[in-house]
Design a protein around this ligand. Sequence first.
Ligand code: NI
Length: 230
Amino acid sequence: MLLTLPNILSPDDLARARALLADAPWQDGRESAGPQARTVKNNQQLPHDSAAATAIRQMVLGGLNRSALFFSAALPMRIFTPRINRYGGETNTYGNHVDNAIRLKATDGGATEYVRTDVSCTVFLNDPDDYEGGELTVSDTYGTRGVKLPAGHAVLYPGTSLHQVTPVTRGHRMACFLWVQSMVRSDEQRRLLYELDMNLLALRQRHGETAETTALTGTYHNLLRMWAET
Ligand code: NI
């Protein structure tokens, strides 16, 4: 499932992010890529511990935390430390690849934990008008789709998908990127839960709470209980 999450970042967040990114310490993006991805990855990213990365990461995690849509679609259990990347100039593309299934994350307490990359999320930090190219292209069982969203919007897509960022031929594309380990490992089961949840919401808005919405809410939670790991 490919899903747009509008306005994860506010205009204030975006203005702050723009100021932080203006003189940020960009470095070679290949440093964090696996062996296959390394051969096609050609972008820049911020060091995890830089001031700009730390501040933008907080904004993004805060925005996702407030998003009911994100919770319903991703059912997050763990989130890998969000990364901030830039495409443009000589380092302008990330060819077709699949992300490593498991990432090792350093926790705040200094320990490490594994994060399974069930769901990928890209939060766009600048507007499509700022650059040419730079389309996120995602191929899954439903075919191939290109995504380019306004600043502050995010897209969720399955970690299982083959994806790429096409070459940026003018300007720079900046985005924050993260992986989610979901409580529900299967993309198919997660999609069914999301659809049930969204349709229940719409039914409730149209008719108020009814015996049927109450019963179907029970069905939702019983499916979640059956499928979720915590
Ligand atoms: Ni990737």
